[in-house]
Design a binder for this molecule. Structure first.
Ligand code: PMP
Length: 442
């Protein structure tokens, strides 16, 4: 079944199965339904983070412990969403809790430099090959905006190149060509993993390009790793043309001791980080070559300003030092990649046995199911049928006590153990079996 032969509309049997699953979902969650109703009066769509909305209404979580979540209707779930990669340490890692409690005891909002920011910067610079120096922000979004702003200043050029379907935060999102609320940098979008077409665009726009920003594995757009040759081409061409190469490793920095850049041996000029690095606290960072970062050096005249009340907030800094220094060491990071690869291998085998009705892409501890054949190496527009199948999988997983992202993303935390991975493999096997006829219909 090639993607273009998939019917544009979900068929009647799929519609009926979805309606039944939604009814069961709704009946089991009266409290979440009421919470959503109430929230809708004061929060557009009842939430303050669009990815958390799904129909008929989202489940409201009450608490988490280890790799388990509990909702306000009393259901318990294995958490495989892993806070979209920010929840790498689970919900109650004792060393992180201890670091936070110690930081709280020392006092909040000191309006001054502390010792932990330099400590955390040392850890990150020693781990990620491109980082000579780093600055902290409150989010990955901010980190990317600052990296691009820095590149524009450094090169004196206005424009950037990003990838179709790439995601660099709420203000630089390029699914479907971008959104009206994006920051108005001039952007050229290139097709991910298409060396010839992207090279052509680089040649055409080189004189205006300050930076090319790219995820070494597309994350939000569907967990599709970059072809190393594609990234090498970007590295060669940007070096040759005085364009800065920015790796957005907000999600992928977890893939080994020094992120995908270390793994692939490709060093960008600037790197952005975020998610789990603050131990679950709000976090972002951008860093890279000394001469570029030196533009922010406040000890020099004419330095660029980079402000932010919470850039060095004591909770993120304290948790980050423990998270990256003591818990997610280089060895643990490598082992986590291996665990994830093994899980994806098992999922692939289950899907193969079921006749190839679905497949998983990804790398290491991040993976994403797809309901199409053919190469999946770049973001694509979901058909209504694919979206319906994603929803059905999501609802079936929830009914079986597994919480993955609505779009299917799994981001394993360190707290997820062998039993929980078995549970997920079994759930996928069961989905392929019980929904087999729907999955095979075209
Ligand atoms: N870049 C990538 C690749 C991301 O996945 C995300 C978050 N999903 C961001 C940037 C933005 O990070 P934040 O949500 O912390 O602003």
């Amino acid at each position: 079944m090639a993607p273009d032969t998939i019917l544009a509309r979900p068929n009647a049997a799929l519609d009926a199965a979805l309606a039944e699953a939604r009814d069961a979902y709704t009946a089991a969650r009266p409290r979440s339904a009421a919470a959503h109703q109430r929230a809708c009066a004061v929060l557009p769509g009842g939430n303050t983070r669009s990815v958390l909305y799904y129909s008929p209404f989202p489940t409201t979580m009450a608490r988490g412990e280890g790799c388990m979540l509990e909702d306000i209707d009393g259901h318990r779930y294995v958490d495989l969403c892993g806070e979209y990669t920010a929840g790498l340490f689970g919900h109650s890692e004792p060393r992180i809790l201890a670091a936070l409690q110690a930081a709280l005891a020392r006092g909040l909002n000191l309006a001054a430099v502390g010792e932990n920011e330099a400590r955390l910067a040392e850890i990150l610079c020693s781990r990620f090959p491109s980082l000579d120096m780093v600055r902290f922000t409150n989010s990955g979004t901010e980190a990317n905006l600052l990296a691009v702003g820095l590149a524009r200043t450094h090169t004196g050029r206005p424009a950037i190149m990003a990838m179709h379907g790439g995601y660099h935060g709420g203000l630089m999102t390029f699914a479907g060509g971008g959104t009206p609320t994006n920051v108005p940098f001039p952007v050229t979008l290139a097709p991910y993993n298409d060396i010839v077409a992207t090279l052509g665009l680089i040649k055409a726009h080189a004189a205006d390009l300050a930076a090319i920003i790219v995820e070494p594995m597309i994350g939000n757009g569907g967990c599709m790793p970059a072809n190393p040759a594609f990234l090498r081409m970007l590295r060669d061409e940007t070096s040759r043309r005085g364009i800065l190469l920015i790796f957005d490793e907000v999600m992928t920095s977890r893939h080994g001791s020094g992120g995908l850049q270390a793994r692939l041996g490709i060093t960008p000029d600037l790197t952005t980080l975020g998610k789990y690095i603050g131990g679950g606290m709000s976090f972002g960072a951008f860093g890279g070559r000394r001469e570029v970062m030196a533009r922010l050096d406040a000890t020099k005249p004419g330095a660029l300003s980079h402000s932010g009340t919470f850039n060095n907030n004591v909770l993120s800094m304290a948790a980050g030092c423990v998270a990256m220094g003591d818990i997610f060491t280089a060895e643990v990071a490598e082992a986590h990649v291996t665990r994830g690869e093994a899980l994806r291998g098992r999922l692939d085998a289950v899907c193969q046995r079921a006749g190839g009705v679905m497949r998983f892409t990804g790398f290491g501890s991040m993976m994403q199911p797809h309901f199409r054949d053919g190469p999946i190496d770049r973001p694509y527009q979901l058909t209504p049928r694919e979206d319906a199948l994603r929803e059905l999988l999501f609802l079936d997983l929830l009914a079986g006590g597994v919480y993955a992202a609505r779009r299917g993303l799994v981001a394993l935390s360190l707290a997820v153990g062998a039993a929980e991975m078995d549970q997920y493999v079994d759930a996928i096997e069961e989905f392929c079996a019980s929904r087999g006829s729907l999955l095979r219909e075209t």
